[in-house]
Write a new protein. Sequence first.
Length: 95
Amino acid sequence: MIQRLPSVLGHNVETNIEPTLNWIQQRLDLDDAALSKMIQRLPSVLGHNVETNIEPTLNWLQQRLDLDDAALGKMIQRLPSLLGYNVETNIEPTL
């Protein structure tokens, strides 16, 4: 993971990484294994801000696609890269 995202070494575990992981795990109802797999597939999510990037994207997807929490979690586990897309410029124009 560090080879794919060396900047993760510059993130503070207590103030950046751990809160982000905890929020994603709770929001998507992931167990530790599923969270680990998702982060291994998209380590850059550790650098995303929950309030300005991750949460708005998840909320938009859930509302626009009329997904319940379980369906949203499954979709993000299959396509974690969605968390890195901008809703207005990347996702909304294609739906």
